[in-house]
Design a protein around this ligand. Structure first.
Ligand code: NDP
Length: 480
């Protein structure tokens, strides 16, 4: 069976303690490779390599650094097929989604930040008759990047690209559940001429390798995307060491639909915003609020469309949903369907496992699920499920829906469907979220700030926000 390796100091290597873990293929429920179960000893090796590489990488001209990162982006593009197949196999997502969204976005992430650094201009503040201040932006040093399993290479590269572009050396850990494309990235880094030690990729458990990254005193900043409970632990652990922290955490996003919306466009987008990637996108709208005059029409047509949605093996070109990422995750999602029933909800469609023909009968497939009849403040409507499950709830007034939308501890994104321009702006201003889409969903411009409020995180990624996070400002004053 294939054994993946860590990528440290520009070379693939076995973990120091030679311990490995199984990696499952969600589509079949079988083990298909093994990954290093890295420990603090592996993190130490990576820190030593990064420490030696830092003067070289941070001292390189911006245009040289940019060229290497552009090559990295092109290297992924050249191996598109290999990356797409690996991502789909590792995560269970449809091949078409990995090919249209995940891997092209990883290519763009590297290209975007590789070229962004060419346009950076330092700030200056003139004090008339006194002197002038100018602000340098220095790389931090060694930084840790820890990412989740839902959009593996997409989110891994969203952190690594700005960290490297800003001149830092990186120690990165993908989720143990989806390590494969991060493993492949080492080969592309070698081909792109990345100096050894600049990018180090370790595999293994969050509580082990991940924890050792967070605790290492020479790792000066942590960029983390994952669950809110993990984020809280990381914040508690890193704060006494005064590490810089960027935390992109969970969500429970509202999708608010007014009667005056473009119904057809809303309906097809709502299908995607509910179930894309099996509902495992932090930006999915899992709480759908519908204005009462169109509630019954929405319910009927939405449920019909959901029932016709094809759940199939990720390689099947018809598949709109593939497998969810793991058995424990599938069981967690199904437990929330049971909870919803106990809380008085009615399952309008779905709520069950889909068993495909052998050899995929042990795969983790779920029917997309729509539930109604729940109060806005029950657990099903307050806790993150992160699977193909949405609730629908009618509302009567703007005030009422705002109250329900803002009632969770989360505040990542919101979607709003209306053709009333004044209402759209009014509500966008009041929604407690880092991102608001009006008559759209998941339209992403890499220059814009990305992140959430409340328990959805601290800090922002994207554009200059990310480059600011991965640098320290240093103000210099010169007297006239
Ligand atoms: P987790 O928090 O379980 O894990 C995220 C990453 O952190 C994984 O690499 C994990 O490793 C690692 N990790 C776990 N424990 C520790 C620890 N003690 N110290 C350091 N690292 C640790 O999240 P999931 O992977 O389950 O991802 C799903 C979550 O991510 C959802 O809550 C979702 O909303 C959120 N998310 C947020 C996004 C945003 O932009 N706000 C975007 C996408 C997802 P391992 O896999 O080995 O456990």
């Amino acid at each position: 069976m294939e054994k993946l390796q860590n990528f440290i100091n520009g070379e693939y290597c076995d973990p120091v303690k030679d311990q490995y873990m199984d990696n499952y293929e969600p589509a079949s429920g079988t083990v298909y490779c093994q990954i290093p179960n890295s420990t603090a000893e592996d993190v130490e090796l990576a820190v030593e390599a990064a420490n030696s590489a830092f003067p070289v990488w941070s001292g390189m001209s911006v245009s040289e650094r940019s060229k290497i990162l552009v090559k990295l982006s092109e290297g992924i593009e050249r191996r598109m097929d290999e990356f797409v197949k690996a991502e789909s196999r590792d995560n269970g997502k449809p091949l078409s989604l990995a090919g249209h969204v995940d891997i092209p976005r990883a290519v763009s992430n590297f290209h975007f930040f590789a070229t962004a650094i060419l346009h950076y201009a330092s700030e200056s503040h003139n004090m008339e008759g006194v002197g002038v201040n100018y602000t340098l932006r220095k790389p931090i040093g060694i930084v840790g990047c820890i990412s989740p399993w839902n959009l593996p290479l997409y989110l891994f590269s969203w952190k690594i690209a700005p960290a490297l572009a800003a001149g830092n050396c990186v120690i990165a850990k993908p989720s143990e559940v989806t390590p494969y494309t991060a493993y492949l990235l080492g080969k592309v880094a070698q081909e792109a001429g990345m100096p050894p030690g600049v990018l180090n990729i370790l595999h293994g458990e969050g509580g082990n390798a991940g924890d050792a990254i967070v605790k290492h005193p020479r790792i000066k900043a942590i960029s983390f995307t994952g669950g809110t409970a993990t984020g809280e632990y990381i914040a508690r652990t890193a704060a006494p060491m005064f590490k810089k922290l960027s935390l992109e955490l969970g969500g429970k996003n509202p999708n608010i639909i007014f009667a005056d919306c473009d119904f057809k466009e809303m309906l097809s987008t709502t299908l995607r915003s509910s179930f894309a990637n099996q509902g495992q996108i932090c930006l999915c709208g899992s709480r759908i609020f519908v204005e009462r005059p169109i509630y019954e029409k929405f319910k009927e047509e939405f449920v019909k469309r959901v029932e016709n949605t094809v759940v199939a093996h990720p390689d099947n070109p018809e598949a709109k949903l593939g497998a969810v990422v793991s058995k424990p995750h599938m069981e967690k999602v199904l437990s929330y369907v049971e909870l919803a029933k106990e809380e008085g909800g009615t399952v309008l469609t779905g709520g069950t496992r889909v068993v495909l023909d052998a050899p995929y009968d042990q795969g983790y497939y779920l029917r997309p699920t729509v539930i109604e009849g729940l109060s806005y403040d029950c657990r099903t409507n307050q806790e993150e499920i992160f699977g193909p499950v949405v609730t629908i709830t009618p509302f009567d007034t703007e005030e009422e829906v705002l109250m329900m939308a803002n009632s969770t501890k989360y505040g990542l994104s919101s979607t709003l469907w209306t053709s009333d321009l004044k209402r759209a702006h009014r509500m966008a201003n009041e929604l407690e979220a880092g991102i608001v889409w009006i008559n759209a969903w998941l339209v992403r411009d890499l220059r814009t700030p990305f992140g959430g409020v409340k328990a959805s995180g601290v800090g922002r990624e994207g554009g200059w926000e990310a480059l600011r996070f991965f640098t320290e400002p240093k103000n210099v004053f010169v007297k006239y």
